[in-house]
Ligand binder design. Structure first.
Ligand code: OOG
Ligand code: MG
Length: 259
């Protein structure tokens, strides 16, 4: 099995694989090769009938970079099969060691192939609060930058709240991330690349590495503004973004999943 097939099987069987031995090449070459693995990995999902829903950025905030010990931005791809409905009650027994984090989600209004497209007034047409489920396919959630790029940036699920018209002036909004009704992290959308609008420019730049052009109607998950938290059976997870509303879901208790 090649690397993409191994990672795909890890996700399908909910069994982590060992982190690969460190590469010997230059990191930038390894990361570029890893985007090729990601492309193959996502293609395996598409071959089973799933469809691309958009892209996500990772490590756009200092909080996340520090938590995971990495230093650079990464891009992953999200599919319709990963979507979790707002307010849903979900079975998490198919994940390995899922974590959740608050996201800002943008709705793209045009095809974006270049940085100029990313800066066009209709690049982003709406914005919503989101929650991402990440589930590294590597043991102990440990990886290098190239490893996590190959693993489609740990992408496993996402929930999107109500859409609001995009207001480029309102980039500094409070983010409250709650578990079981308690605020566990409080942050600001300004923690995402300083200004989350830069996310669109960075996404356009990195998407070229996996050979995709961003499409109108696609989502862009701009990256968590705070560190991630473990998602356990019974957890109720909620993100509220000031002025944008909230999104939530519940992980079904283990007893109900077994029943
Ligand atoms: C990689 C995914 C990072 C974010 O929002 O920063 C990410 C990981 O932490 O496993 O999605
Ligand atoms: Mg994320």
């Amino acid at each position: 099995m090649n690397r993409a097939q191994l990672l795909d099987e890890a996700a399908r069987t909910a069994k982590a694989v060992p982190q690969p031995a460190p590469g010997t090449g230059r990191e930038e070459d390894e990361v570029l090769a890893a985007y090729g693995v990601q492309r193959e990995l996502v293609q395996l999902r598409l071959d089973r009938g799933d469809r691309l829903a958009g892209v996500k950025l990772g490590f756009t905030s200092e909080g996340k970079r520090r938590q995971m010990g990495v230093h650079d931005l990464i891009l992953g791809q999200v599919t319709e099969g990963m979507a979790v409905a707002d307010g849903a009650d979900i079975d998490i027994s198919g994940f390995i060691h899922p974590r959740v984090e608050p996201e800002v989600v943008y709705l793209l209004g045009r095809r974006i192939a270049t940085v100029a497209d990313a800066l066009a007034p209709d690049a982003v047409v709406a914005v919503a609060p989101g929650i991402e489920i990440i589930d590294s396919r590597y043991e102990n959630f440990r990886f290098s930058l190239a490893d996590v790029v190959a693993d489609n940036t740990s992408a496993a699920g996402f929930a999107v709240g109500p859409w609001q018209p995009y207001d480029p002036g309102a980039w500094n909004r409070g983010v409250v991330f709650e578990l079981d009704g308690r605020a566990v992290h409080v942050g600001s959308t300004a923690a995402i690349l300083g200004d989350p609008r830069r996310a669109v420019v960075e996404a356009a730049r990195l998407a070229a590495a996996v050979g995709v052009e961003l499409e109108p109607g696609w989502l862009l998950l701009a990256g968590a503004a705070t560190p991630a938290e473990p998602l356990v059976p019974g957890s109720h997870v909620r993100t509220e973004i000031q002025g944008l509303g909230s999104v939530s879901f519940t992980a079904r208790p283990a007893a109900e999943v077994a029943a």
